[in-house]
Ligand binder design. Structure first.
Ligand code: AHG
Ligand code: MN
Ligand code: MN
Length: 338
């Protein structure tokens, strides 16, 4: 990397970037900027612990089962606690919800409450923690819809994705990155661990209109509908005019599979199947935030029959079939499944 590029990167921390963006927002109070400072701090705390995996006692399971019926990993619990402790004390949120916690998480009365509602998947890709494969944190930000002098309620969480004011993820991979959108554009920041700051390394990320990679857990094929099987089989045929065959890539961490799809294009799918009529992924912590990012980068996200961002949730831990990626690739699966 040339010296001038380095200087450009080091000129823009995540904080400075958000401050600059907020300058043009009418009525901005600084609360949003502070919310992101807290998110970045939680991300750095989790990253530092992830990077010590194998050295300190963070690998393995706690022995508990979470609300999703899945085994809780020690890192799931650590990340969940780190996010709750940092964000509840920050003063910008009035309510939180986590993939790991059954009910909405209130803010203790000793802390001030802000206008934002934060929902997160504290540690995405739990099955990959022990084998040194990328994992992540996903977050979604809404404004509360209940009166500011009333108690925040479940209805503050059950808002459709198009109402998100921001969404993002932190990927703990070969480097740690913070990727976010407020709806217009998507920006990526890389953590320099020696400085302890995220620097703008990927400004204005655009997803290619069509890709050459499909990403799906084919171990589930026997449970899929014929339409889903036909959609996947179609990637493997030899047809130069239609850009076939596609390459197959599946990490099993949504954050990592999505991050690749965001940068390189293509499509990630977690279909419904005959055992799981709504697929596996969760609308509020996985589907909706990633859909907002995809859309802002020129991509799209769908259940196959409905846009993810249009779904009004009825339950906190609601699951949803998810097809997300390049706009043309998502349009194609909508044609097959629609
Ligand atoms: P989480 O670790 O937060 O429970 O999420 C796991 C999710 C997601 O990251 C990934 O895309 C998917 O589960 C993988 O599921 P399969 O192992 O069924 O393919
Ligand atoms: Mn997850
Ligand atoms: Mn998780």
């Amino acid at each position: 990397m040339s010296e001038s590029t380095l200087a450009e990167i080091y000129g823009w921390t995540l904080e400075r970037h958000i401050l600059e963006q907020q300058r043009t927002v009418e009525g901005a109070t600084g609360e949003f900027t502070k919310l992101f400072q807290q998110l970045a701090l939680a991300g750095k705390i989790i990253a530092s612990r992830v990077n010590q995996a194998g050295l300190v006692d963070v690998l393995g399971v706690t022995g508990e089962t979470n609300v999703q019926g899945e085994q809780v990993q020690k890192l799931d619990e650590f990340a969940n606690q780190a996010l709750i402790r940092v964000l509840e004390a920050g003063g910008q949120v009035c309510l939180m919800a986590s993939e790991e916690v059954e009910d909405p998480i209130p803010i203790p009365t000793k802390f001030p409450r802000g206008k934002y509602v934060l929902m997160f998947d504290p540690l995405d890709g739990s099955s990959n923690i022990d084998v040194n494969i990328s994992i992540g944190t996903i977050f979604s930000v809404h404004q509360r819809v209940t009166d500011s002098d009333a108690e925040p309620a479940l209805s503050d969480c059950l808002q459709p994705g198009y109402k998100q004011v921001a969404a993002g993820y932190i990927i703990y991979g070969s480097s740690t990155m913070f990727v976010y959108t407020t709806g217009q554009s998507v920006h990526g920041f890389t953590l320099d661990p020696t400085v302890g700051e995220f620097f703008l390394s990927h400004p204005n990320i655009q997803m290619p209109k069509r890709g050459k990679i499909y990403s799906v857990n084919e171990g589930n094929a026997a449970k899929w509908s014929d339409d889903v099987r036909a959609w996947v089989d179609d990637f493997k045929i030899s047809d130069e005019d239609r850009g076939r065959p596609y390459s197959g890539r599946y990490i099993g961490t949504l954050v990592a599979d999505f991050h690749r799809t965001l940068l390189k294009g293509g499509i990630f799918g977690y279909p419904a199947d005959n055992k799981n009529p709504n697929g596996k992924l969760r609308l509020l912590y996985e589907g909706a935030p990633m859909a907002m990012i995809a859309k802002a980068a020129g991509g799209d996200a769908s259940t196959g029959t409905q846009k993810i961002l249009d779904i009004t949730p009825t339950e906190l831990h609601q699951r949803v079939p998810l097809y997300i990626g390049s706009a043309d690739d998502v349009a194609e699966v909508e044609r097959v499944l629609g």
